[in-house]
Design a protein around this ligand. Sequence first.
Ligand SMILES: *Cc1c(COP(=O)(O)O)cnc(C)c1O
Length: 368
Amino acid sequence: MNKIPLVNLERQYECLRGEILEITDQVFRSGAFISGPYVRTFEKEFAASHDARFGIGCSSGTSALTVILQALGLKAGDEAITTPHTFFATAESMLAIGVTPKFVDVDPETHCLDVRKLEAAMTPKVKAIVPVHIYGNPCDLPNLQAFAKKHRIALVEDCAQSHFARIGGKFVGSTSDGAAFSFYPGKNLGAPGDAGFIFAGSESVSNIARKLCDHGRSEKYLHDSVGFNHRMDGLHGAILSLKLKRMPEYTKKRVALAKRYQSAFAGKGYKMPAAYPTAEPVYHLFVVEVSNRARVLESLNAVGIQAGVHYPVPLHLQPALKFLGYARGSLPVAERVADRVVSLPLCPELTESEQDFVIQKFLEVAEK
Ligand SMILES: *Cc1c(COP(=O)(O)O)cnc(C)c1O
């Protein structure tokens, strides 16, 4: 039986193997293992690719979030509004610097932060809002920007799943006070290990963020602030540069495959996340809602199709965040979404015939 994984990294490696081995050899010969020229080149390329002015490579998406929040002045005792329908790191990165996440429910149509519910969550302690472009589906950025401006709080986008997504013709992450990207291997742009990226909205914030990633040093052994080790590795920078060139093609393939799923399911009444007007999603995940998820996962798995759930437990109900005091039922839309979403295989390497098999098996078992 041919297995159809959620993301086929082996197939991608087969295509890129020659180039990856060659650049790996170059990095080893240069000895530029941490930061250095390969990382600097990638920083320029990735920032330019998104029309961002200030970009910093770092060790993960999680550290990117922590560092940009810290660079924007968030500190222990502050609060930040975010979504419960995301990966744990969105909130964890805040708690790492003593900032308390304040969860606001999601829009049932897009699964992104519901801007209509922001005002009620506002307190003097809230110093930032951290929307997540979940599945690569851009949030309602125009209204989020207006909200942040009105309350004079920072807007930091979690772009871990949304490389090259656009809204209003602009790339996500490029117009806010800050943004964080992840290059976790399975993300739309993936490194051979953990890596991340920070966009800063100003030069001063960019300088602070860069320092925080590198032990707060101003010279080799002179430290004028206390930072941490959040640096990007040279090998990661070099391989990310190589893969970055293919992103237009990879993104186009993701979008085309997503459209095929959509046209197969829409006529049959299944509910899938909608996009805001002018949004151009990049489909890190292809998500559809079902009422019998356990059965769907079991049936697909039985024929070698690896489906996933992103994410089964909303953050406000995570055991580790119990101390925040949210009860079940407090964010009903996110809870309902978490019970119903299933992610089907999607990556640039998925073939149409594999996808047709997934569609056929899904339709045999999935209930609305
Ligand atoms: C992957 C991810 C992160 C964390 O990124 P890492 O590189 O794994 O640390 C944060 N937020 C979201 C939405 C993610 O999907």
